[in-house]
Design a protein around this ligand. Structure first.
Ligand code: SAM
Length: 281
């Protein structure tokens, strides 16, 4: 029996006019649509008069649903995977299903389309020869700072997703870890009514967002300039050095040593140490 195809279909991230004609035609023609949230996707389907049956596929049922969907594909059904918005698998469910499809020898067909990370990157004017998609930072401040720390030496442009609940705190923690000088593009509500793109160094961007509560609403992508490459043998990152020393030494001693190692100002390193060692907020 001929196997079905798994289509991975990108859908709009705000503006329904960004739906591709091919996406509409595939969603009409498949036997089943696996949707992150069927109630949410119902609006999209209604708008395009798509009447294909839907089944939920999300983080909480993927273990049970994956073999069920793979069996349908093996026996000839074609399935389209969609998420609430944008490209499935990009900070969205679908990885297990697509992986299982490859392992079962089922054809996987991606339908390219909207993706907030790529849209923001395309408008950031920062290096795109290399970029690193880092997704969402953790919600607690200590974990978030450690997360940013992992990328602090990364020379590729960094792309983060963020929600309205944590945009201010995230920018503050970025400033603590990356310093205030790197350029960042904040892309808010891309393709929607209140779309805002604002590019500035981290310190100024942080002040700008804090000063205007309207700029704290909606969905965000932060595109952050990568670390400046240091000459060989001199690549010292204050935050990284500090994080290691803090694991072994008391705060004062760790910050004094980190300042000596990096040549950074003592009071600045001390402030960074306080912030890195601070309990979750
Ligand atoms: N798969 C989606 C994609 O392709 O972009 C991302 C899904 S993820 C669960 C949702 C996050 O993506 C939001 O919290 C925000 O960080 C980002 N995002 C989605 N739509 C956006 C938009 N219109 N403007 C800015 N960021 C957006």
């Amino acid at each position: 029996m001929k196997q079905g195809t798994l289509y991975v279909v990108a859908t709009p991230i705000g503006n329904l006019a960004d739906m591709s004609p091919r996406a509409v035609s595939v969603l009409e023609q498949v036997d089943l649509i696996a949707a992150e949230d069927t109630r949410h996707s119902q609006y999209l389907m209604a708008h395009f008069a798509i009447r294909t049956p839907m089944t939920p596929y999300h983080d909480h049922n993927e273990t049970q649903q994956t073999p069920v969907l793979i069996e349908k594909l093996r026996t000839g059904a074609s399935i389209a995977l969609v998420s609430d918005a944008g490209t499935p698998l990009l900070s969205d469910p679908g990885y297990r299903l697509v992986n299982a499809a490859h392992e079962a020898g089922i054809k996987v067909n991606p339908l390219p389309g909207p993706c907030a990370a790529v849209a923001a990157l395309s408008a950031a004017g920062l290096a795109t020869d290399r970029f690193l998609f880092a997704g969402f930072a953790p919600s607690k401040s200590t974990a978030r700072k450690h997360f940013f720390e992992e990328f602090s030496q990364q020379t590729a442009t960094l792309v983060f997703y963020e929600s309205s609940h944590r945009i201010v705190e995230s920018l503050q923690d970025m400033q603590t870890v990356f310093g205030g000088d790197r350029l960042v593009l904040l892309a808010r509500e891309i393709s929607k009514t209140f779309e805002t793109l604002h590019r500035a160094d981290i310190a100024s961007l942080c002040d700008w967002v804090k000063a205007d509560s309207n700029q704290q609403k909606g969905e965000f992508v932060l595109v952050v300039q990568g670390a400046i490459k240091q000459a060989a043998g001199t690549a010292v990152d204050t935050g990284a050095v500090l994080a290691i020393l803090l694991e072994e030494l008391p705060l004062k001693q760790a910050s004094a040593l980190a300042a000596r190692i990096t040549g950074e100002k003592k009071n600045l390193v001390y402030k960074m140490a306080l912030s890195l060692a601070a309990p979750d907020n």
